[in-house]
Design a protein around this ligand. Structure first.
Ligand code: XMP
Length: 512
């Protein structure tokens, strides 16, 4: 490979791709590989640096993921993070133990400013910790370069051998100077120069899709959201009219969304695409009747989706490939690899085992939402489309807690439309995602001297850059009050409106 490469070795943590993406932000190409990858393959790839991820295991645990200690002899700079740091300590003769107190969350860390990993970082800096084990004794040769009151070895290093380790997670935004630390590793330790760009990603992908597809026909699952729109335009640039985009209106879309999507991608829109809209609302409502368990709902919606695509593909005939706009957070939270399952995102873990396509192409699988937006801009997609707020594949199905019914869909559509209208009127900028959801709670209220017993609508708004972590947005109280008033007055069967303050973690952005 002629471009600079840093590889991330995946030991099963939640933030593996986030590390890769932070490195790509430094304009250095970065890929995640399983920890089982052989040393020969690593030598062949010739990376400028290696990063070990965190993970849920203890290094002493049965079946704990471990790599060969010969990796430290390759002469390639290595940064171990969290579990990765403990593994480095363990393999090189240090001591790892259960910490007397687990550290979880933002923690003040005292760093040694003479370490090149911490060059330009404040002496006391807030870092994100999430661990029960810790390094109680660094291996001989290592110097300790950071501590916390709980953690005697919050970071350690052997600069001559270019081995570095941090107990905390520099890749998450909560580590206030984490990006500085990672860029110190990439540039100062690994010696990268940073000449890779997102446009190379679009060009490489278009080339590899052309090669893979040859003269075959391809169907794209288009939802009108940012991800599938970018995937569709990318594919259309690669293979033109060999592509057909199918838009399924499953009755779980936002108010008027079906028509809006058709206006952009249909025959009246700016793109030269084969576009088919399938209206099958009742089919989904029937399948979802009586189902309350979130994972079951997701799987049903995912399966039904695929069945609709299969039917459409049969009508077109000889379709080999299905394209989906799956992006990285969808993959990781569906529990692929060794990470824990958070939820089955409908275009990943929610797929049925048996799918009637030769292959599924997911060109954006390694990217995060804002990286997808960058690709969208590279492809010349208009800003209002690139900046659309994300909408999940299972749609309102996962914003209605409990059973989905047509009436509940109507309630949440109307409430959400009011919420979005008022946010737009108030011209509030910078929100990552905001929407109304329908809780499964009914409570007693009073309206016009009458007792009511109706639903509570939950309003959610989060600030986030990567959708892996998020914080509740500080929407002005008078805007929230206006939204509440309008929802209570204009949307039938709602007598209560609540605002969700939860960040992610511990919450997720969607409700199911
Ligand atoms: P959570 O709820 O997991 O959401 O914190 C993170 C981001 O992913 C979106 N999301 C999905 N997107 N299919 C998708 O395409 C899904 O099944 C799905 N579930 C959640 C969610 O809207 C947020 O942007």
């Amino acid at each position: 490979m002629d471009k600079e490469l840093v590889i991330v070795l995946d030991f099963g943590g939640q933030y593996n791709q986030l590390i890769a993406r932070r490195v790509r932000e430094c304009n250095v190409y970065c890929e995640v590989h399983p920890y089982t990858i052989g040393l020969d393959r690593i030598r062949e790839m010739n990376p400028k640096g290696i990063i070990f991820t965190g993970g849920p295991n203890s290094v002493y645990g049965e079946g704990a993921p471990r790599c060969s200690e010969d990796i430290f002899e390759l002469g390639i700079p290595i940064l171990g993070i969290c579990y990765g740091s403990q593994l480095m300590a363990y393999l090189l003769g240090g001591k790892v133990e259960t910490a007397p107190v687990s550290e979880y969350g933002k923690t003040e860390v005292a760093v040694d400013g003479t370490s090149i990993l911490f060059e330009g970082v404040s002496q006391k800096t807030v870092c994100w910790m999430s661990h029960t084990d810790y390094i109680s004794e660094a291996p001989a040769e290592f110097t300790i370069s950071a501590t916390t009151p709980v953690c005697p070895v919050a970071a350690m290093e052997i600069p001559e051998k270019k081995l570095y380790a941090t107990q905390f997670h520099p890749e998450v935004m909560h580590t206030q100077e984490g990006i500085k630390m990672l860029s110190n590793f990439v540039f100062n330790v690994c010696g990268c120069c940073g000449d890779w760009k997102m446009s190379s990603f679009a060009e490489d992908t278009i080339r590899s899709v052309r090669e893979k597809v040859g003269g075959g026909k391809v169907l794209c699952a288009l939802s009108g959201g940012v991800d599938s729109s970018v995937a569709a335009v990318l594919l259309s640039k690669a293979i033109g009219r060999q592509l057909t985009c199918v838009f399924v209106d499953h009755g779980l879309l936002r108010k008027n969304e079906g028509d809006e999507v058709e206006a952009v991608f249909g025959p009246q829109g700016p793109y030269d695409l084969n576009f088919i809209r399938v209206n099958c609302q009742q089919r989904f409502y029937t399948r979802l009747a009586g189902i309350t368990e979130p994972e079951q709902k997701r799987k049903i919606i995912g399966e039904e989706f695929i069945r609709v695509f299969e039917e459409e593909a049969k009508k077109i005939g000889a379709v080999d490939f299905l394209v989906q706009g799956t992006i990285y957070p969808d993959v990781i939270e569906s529990g692929l690899g060794k990470s824990a399952v958070i939820k089955s995102h409908h275009n990943v873990g929610g797929l049925p085992d048996c799918v009637d396509f030769k292959e599924i192409i997911e060109p954006l699988r390694l990217l995060f939402k804002d990286e997808v937006r960058k690709v969208g801009r590279e492809l010349g997609i208009p800003e209002h489309l690139v900046n659309r707020q994300p909408f999940p594949g299972p749609g309102l199905g996962i914003r209605i807690i409990g059973e989905v019914t047509e009436e509940k869909v109507r309630i949440v559509q109307d409430a959400d439309a009011i919420y979005r209208e008022e946010i737009a009127k108030a011209d509030i900028q910078g929100l990552g995602q905001y929407f109304a959801a329908l809780t499964n709670m009914r409570s007693v209220g009073v309206m016009g001297d009458e007792r009511t017993y109706d639903y509570a609508v939950a309003l959610r708004a989060v600030n986030t850059t990567d959708f892996m972590t998020a914080e509740c947005s500080d929407i002005p109280f008078e805007v929230l009050q206006r939204v509440m008033n309008r929802i209570i007055n204009e949307v039938g069967r709602v007598n209560r409106v609540v605002y969700d303050l939860t960040s992610k973690p511990p919450g997720t952005i969607e409700f199911e």
